[in-house]
Write a protein that binds this ligand. Structure first.
Ligand code: FAD
Ligand code: UDP
Length: 367
């Protein structure tokens, strides 16, 4: 009999397993993929750590979370400065003085940029924005919306901006300084040697079964542990009784190229709608790689359907309501904890995952 069976070896499951094992609990981790790590998994190709499930940049303003993750790896000083390519123009992100001076050749100072954006905002301003398009124009005006937001967002979410909720765009920073750092957080970096090493360290000495889907033997596993920590999709756990929650899925086309430097940056967003992918990642730049070859991944966003890998929960009102029904059901299952991005149907970044996983462990150990 195990104290805990942990379904999923992503960051949430691995932290729970590590902490519970350290506290003397007998743990078993089940993972349906052929490898550990969930979506932070990195794989070495041509000496380059490839982020197999999308670019992962660690960032947080919470010192205790930064210290926690630094136990498991040395982080480099990578700062995420994505570039947007719109047709044959390149712009710095997030929207800052570098972006504004390139967009408008007669703008040089913050005052001039503010004035210009103010004029552009006035054109399409609405008092209470009811969708993403209105919200974006209210924030930055028409030119930026049309060149840098509209196409990217519609590819990413598979819907016109007029049908998307306004809140998605609220978190895009707008700055009147020359600063291309995408995140506002105090701590940021990439673990040297890749994320998989972190998960390996967390799971060292803990029994892990790979290629093992919990649902192939659900009843057996439920009887084999005092408690289950489940990090898969919550709707799947209940066999979609209320219907499936909506997700966005992502597909990656990865290629090894015989050139040392393909695009000169780790992340380039393609913001025009007619380019089918949303971004190209050149993995070596996350670790300032000097290898002879390079590895790139084109990222395509797609509509999720039953059987696909779920990536992003779609946090709109309809899905929030459906999730609440599953959550109410899960509260009756006292011996199952639902955790992580899929278990809680929440858009968690890695630093959020560390926080909620540690809080859950604390609850498990000290009530
Ligand atoms: P997951 O990593 O999804 O792990 C769940 C695990 O459970 C998986 O390994 C899965 O195979 C396994 N599993 C599911 N069902 C079963 C089953 N039935 N049986 C057995 N195993 C099962 N965060 C950042 O902080 N910075 C970033 O730059 C960033 N970029 C991202 C880019 C993309 C494209 C995506 C999708 C996410 C990004 N994130 C980023 C978020 C980050 O990936 C998550 O916060 C983190 O991976 C969530 O960990 P998790 O353990 O909850 O889920
Ligand atoms: N976004 C955009 N243009 C860009 C990058 C982002 O319009 O070049 C918008 C888009 O709506 C996206 C949101 O900002 O859904 C959040 O993007 P971010 O890259 O921060 O999130 P991620 O997809 O990495 O979770």
């Amino acid at each position: 009999m195990y104290d805990y069976i942990i379904v999923g070896s992503g960051l949430y499951g691995a932290i729970c397993a590590y902490e519970l094992n350290k506290a003397g609990k007998k743990c078993l981790v089940l993972e349906k993929r052929p490898h550990i790590g969930g979506n932070v998994y990195t794989e070495e190709i041509e000496g380059i750590n490839v982020h197999k499930y999308g670019a992962h940049i660690f960032h947080t303003s919470d010192k205790s979370i930064w210290q926690y993750i630094n136990q498991f790896a040395e982080f480099n000083n990578y700062i995420n400065c994505p570039v947007a390519r719109y047709k044959n123009e390149c712009y710095n992100l997030p929207f800052n003085m570098n972006t504004f001076t390139k967009l408008w050749p007669d703008v040089f100072t913050p005052e001039e940029a503010q004035k210009r954006i103010e004029e552009e905002r006035k054109e399409g301003y609405v008092e209470t924005p009811s969708n993403l398009e209105e919200q974006a124009i209210n924030l930055v005006g028409k030119t930026i919306y049309e060149k840098l937001i509209k196409g990217y967002t519609e590819k990413q979410w598979g819907k016109p901006c007029t049908e998307l909720p306004a809140f998605i765009i609220k978190r895009l920073p707008v700055r009147f300084i020359f600063d291309n750092n995408y995140f506002n957080d105090k701590y940021q970096g990439i673990p040297e040697g890749g994320y998989t090493k972190i998960i390996e360290k967390m799971l060292s000495g803990i029994e892990v079964k790979l290629n093992c889907d919990f649902f192939d033997d659900k009843e057996k596993w439920l009887k084999s542990a005092k408690k289950i920590i489940y990090t898969g999709a919550i709707d799947k756990f209940y066999d979609y009784v209320y219907g499936a929650l909506e997700y966005r899925s992502v597909r990656f086309e990865t290629e090894v190229l015989d050139t040392p430097n393909y695009q000169g940056n780790a992340v380039i967003n393609y913001t025009a709608y007619d380019v089918p992918y949303t971004r190209i990642i050149e993995h070596k730049h996350f670790e300032f790689g000097k290898q002879e070859k390079t590895v790139i991944s084109r990222e395509y966003s797609s509509t999720w359907k039953l059987g696909d890998e779920p990536y992003y929960p779609v946090n709109d009102a309809k899905n929030a309501e459906l999730y609440e029904k599953y959550k109410a059901l899960s509260e009756k299952d006292a011996n199952v904890v639902f955790g992580g991005r899929l278990g809680q149907y929440k858009y968690y970044d890695m630093h959020n995952i560390i926080k909620v996983a540690l809080e859950q462990v604390e609850k498990e150990l000290n009530g």
